[in-house]
Design a protein around this ligand. Sequence first.
Ligand code: NAD
Ligand code: AHE
Ligand code: ZN
Length: 369
Amino acid sequence: MKTRAAVALEAGKPLVIEEVDLEGPKAGEVLVEIKATGVCHTDAFTLSGADPEGLFPSILGHEGAGVVLEVGVGVTSVQPGDHVIPLYTPECRQCEYCLSGKTNLCQAVRATQGKGLMPDGTSRFSLNGRMLHHYMGCSTFANHTVLPEIALAKIDPDAPFDKVCYVGCGVTTGVGAVLYTAHVEPGANVVVFGLGGIGLNVIQGARLAGADMIVGVDLNPARREMAERFGMTHFVNPNEVEGDLVGHLVELTKGGADYSFECIGNVNVMRTALECCHKGWGVSTIIGVAGAGEEISTRPFQLVTGRKWQGTAFGGARGRTDVPKIVDWYMKGKIEIDPLITHVLPLERINEAFDLMHEGASIRTVVTF
Ligand code: NAD
Ligand code: AHE
Ligand code: ZN
């Protein structure tokens, strides 16, 4: 079939809207009509050329929601008409990783996914006879896409696509990092670096967990108002801190953060996030994605004296199990999404979503088809 898509032809160039060719689902695969997709910082990161796994030409996008149109042979868990969220972290429930109970990083299709291909080693997308790569197993910047069955979470059919698409990455990553990875407990103090599409969801996750002090750190003062609405109790703009930021945060939290989260992708901030943690027990969680070749560093003494450094992908959420629950939390008003979607654009204007992000003017832009 033909479908409309925003194609990333090469790194650093705007996306191009094209009618692309899409092959139907093979065994174990599902054809989904994407109704809405968020634009995440990670899409911009890959488009910039800084992602070691970035492939071109490709169809980016990994934060979508849509409807199942057709299923391939052997598919049993979804059927045409089901409302679904594509999962860049699938959940096969059979691999060593899924069965371990210790991680959400299902490896069933990771090798081919990292090569921009479906599990059989081929792509379903092409443009004028030239193969286009899939992206993060999702490619939600296309009106139709094909995914493995294990990469679909079936959700409440009443949930609005243009809001819950954000659960496909940002909401789950932020809220999940607090609940599933860091396991923040009531009364804890939390420091969140970066109050964008991810960090604001960490803030609301911390509120949900019953955190006491929730400190937000951002260079953009315009982020303060929204962060306070989502539960931030103290705002710190590093540009307004005289002297050492670590010292300032340790003093503010009366000894250091019980939990900190880096939601930017800046390796220097990652160090600050670790070092502002409380001696003996503070845990710092890296969410931000850093560019090719970048490395983190600290004095080992920071770890010897009891601080812990960890990271999280997709908030530690097991996609098929947890994503439908998070959609339900939204439907019941337990978490908020609507105020974070600051812009809605048609596919034809998707490049403006990247501009708004780089200008710091948007929190999330949702593209509708
Ligand atoms: P965003 O652009 O919406 O937000 C980043 C925020 O950081 C902005 O508010 C910006 O003002 C602030 N900032 C930038 N430099 C700063 C500095 N030096 N000090 C303080 N604040 C600073 O991005 P996002 O969509 O929230 O994504 C954040 C990061 O998380 C990105 O690196 C993204 O790739 C990554 N991410 C990771 C996962 C995962 O599973 N681990 C999932 C989604 C996104
Ligand atoms: N491909 C990059 C890393 C990109 C990355 O860390 N991706 C996150 C999701 S970011 C979503 O916005 C992730 O899930 N990683 C785990 C995985 O298996 O991809 C690189 O550095 O090579
Ligand atoms: Zn993302």
